[in-house]
Each structure stands twice: as C-alpha cells, then as structure tokens.
Design a protein around this ligand. Sequence first.
Ligand code: ATP
Length: 233
Amino acid sequence: MLRIEHLSKSYGEKKAVDNLSLHIQEGEIYGFIGHNGAGKTTTLKACVGILGFEEGEIYVDGISVRKDPIEAKKRLAYIPDNPDLYAFMTGIQYLNFIADIYGVGKERTERIEKYGEIFSLTGDLAQPIGAYSHGMKQKLALISALMHEPKLLVMDEPFVGLDPKAAHSLKEIMRDICRRGGAIFFSTHVLDVAERLCDKVAIIKGGKLIKAGGMSEVKGDESLESAFLDTVE
Ligand code: ATP
C-alpha cells in the first residue's frame, strides 16, 4: 500500500532523512517511532506529496507520489500534528469544501453524520472553526480525512490532544480501514499506543531507519526502548 524506496531529503546542509526504505502492506497498522528531530514528519510529508525529496521513490497503492501526485493523493489522507484549518469557515462548510475537492457526492451526508456522531462534533459543525478548541479542530481534520474513504491513512501524532473517547474511536476506525484492505502509517511518542495498536513499527534515528518489523520482534529490542527513552529526556 505504501512503498518507500531509498528516500533522502535535506534541508540545506541538514540531511533530515537518509536512504530510508519501508514497505507497508494492506491491512497493516504501522507505527513510526523516533525522538524529536529524528525525521518522522519529514518522511510522512514526503509520503503524502506535501514535501519534495531529492532521492528515492514513494509509491501509494503502486502509484508514484513524485510522478503522479494527484492520483496518489486520491487514495490517501494525511492528518498533520497541528491541523491548519480555515478559521473563517464553519465546520460543515469545511467538510463540504473537502468533499468537493475529493469529488465525494451524496455519500458525504451519511459520512458527515456518522463521523460527526462518532467524534461528538455534530452539534458544533455550524460554528466557525476559529471558535474550536485544539481537540475539536483535530476531530474536524479527522472527519475531513475520512470523507473520501482513503485506502492509506497517514497521521502525525494523531492521539495528542484527543479525549479518551475520541482516541478510542480513532483506534476503531484505524482497525476498520485495515480490515477493508487499507493501511495506516502514523507517528507516535507513546510506547503503550505502539504496543497495543501496531502490527509493525519502524524506528528512525538521525534520519536513518534503524529497525523495522513486527511488534513482537521489535518488542524488547533496545532500539525500541531507547527510541522512547530519548523522547522522555
Ligand atoms: P518531532 O518528533 O519533534 O516532530 P520529527 O521526527 O518529526 O520530530 P522532523 O520534523 O522530520 O523530525 O525533522 C527532522 C530534522 O529536519 C530536524 O533536524 C529538523 O530540525 C530538520 N527540519 C525539519 N523541518 C525543517 C525545515 N523546514 N527547515 C530546516 N530544517 C528542518
């Protein structure tokens, strides 16, 4: 579903991601772990076509993000760690705007109702986004990401700021996407989340992939422990 091949990305002299290769298959929830500045966000943004890169190739469902970004983007959704939404729009205007962009037809009504209820946001959709709390903005970004039923969901620290009920709902949605043959790639700093939720994890340090594999294989490995310890320091 997502194939990263020899990805390298620099900011000026700084090599943020260095020759990283990773394959995320249909049905997998894949966690991405590393300390601050390790290169997670840079990798995620490259995967979803927001950030260009000098070397390597990235394929979403077999489509090159570099060569055919629009087709790749139709199949995925990205939720950044700090969603930047249009404050002047109401929640419902924003969802309709996103649904229009992705060409979602009448199905949008049912999806807005369904996810609005799941994330307890239905009553707030008539309010301007400028009046939303951080958690409400995150929930709106999640609902908008689900409008076109993406096959690949890429998320940067998705659980930060979500209340426990919303976090539980998101985990259910992640599992449901995978059951339907999709895949999830997300970064987290929370060991418990990684252990409970992920089928596989990849650990990145200084832009380099240092370990990737099944949660049961990586569990207990000192690279996993240190990836989390580093983030606490
Ligand atoms: P965090 O857990 O803190 O979000 P991260 O693993 O997501 O960190 P990145 O944001 O990908 O890390 O950053 C990787 C490296 O690239 C860091 O050294 C960072 O300082 C650098 N970097 C990121 N964005 C830029 C930018 N726009 N310009 C210059 N350097 C950048």
